[in-house]
Write a protein that binds this ligand. Structure first.
Ligand SMILES: [Ca+2]
Ligand SMILES: [Ca+2]
Length: 217
């Protein structure tokens, strides 16, 4: 009797009534997260979604794993019945939630805004935790994403815009006033005439681009 009561409590906690547990043999859905391609310093938003739901999703705990060496999380905004934990582990967002009636339609669980901090590609991997097993079978797919961070030509200080500050940085780099070797990304962004050097000509082109005298760099 005690076991039956505990089982009922567990099932209710994950969103099933005892009647539903008897009726539903397989819970099926797909968890998806989007992909982005951005430049250093820019921000973009992906959606974490549950789609293609079969017999209803009563509860979800989803780990979204990213590379903190490439991107940072600006904000994780949960939607509806979800909660977002951004600081449990350095490389992991945890989105949890529950619905007493079970989700039946495609649903966005959270929107997550990332910022490109370094060049490279960060995976957006998904790990799903179901809490219970043995009573209900899960047939769940994952569509994982990625964020690719590149260099915005002319944006030497990687703040997402090209302006006179970047021209100033090019001149500082030309003078070699830094006590540390500047990152390669600074050179990649600043050498806008592709001659292998950072000098006042690059600074001039950046200023012309900012003044809309040039259409592109
Ligand atoms: Ca800039
Ligand atoms: Ca150059």
């Amino acid at each position: 009797m005690r076991v039956a009561v505990l089982l009922a409590v567990v099932l209710m906690a994950v969103g099933f009534t005892s009647a539903q547990a008897q009726q539903i043999d397989t819970i099926s859905y797909t968890v998806t997260v989007g992909s982005l391609s951005m430049d250093l310093g820019q921000e973009g938003t992906v959606e974490l979604r549950i789609v293609d739901i079969g017999d209803g999703a009563g509860a979800w705990t989803i780990d979204l794993i990213y590379d903190p060496g490439i991107v940072s999380v600006i904000v994780c905004a949960p939607i509806g019945n979800s909660v977002c934990e951004a600081d449990r582990r350095p490389s992991t967002l945890v989105v949890t939630g529950a619905s007493a009636t079970g989700l039946v339609e495609d649903t966005t669980l959270a929107t997550i805004t990332f910022r490109c901090e370094e060049t490279g590609t960060s995976p957006l991997s998904l790990t799903l935790n179901f809490g219970i097993s043995g009573f209900v079978d899960f047939d769940v797919d994952r569509l994982e994403g990625a964020i690719t961070c590149g260099v915005l030509r002319g944006d030497v200080n990687a703040d997402g815009v090209v302006n006179s500050v970047d021209a100033f940085w090019v001149l500082l780099l030309e003078d070699g006033i830094f006590a540390f070797p500047p990152p390669d990304a600074w050179y990649q962004a600043g050498d806008v005439n592709d001659d292998g050097r950072l000098d006042s000509l690059d600074a001039l082109l950046i200023l012309q681009f900012h003044a809309r005298l040039l259409d592109e760099l």
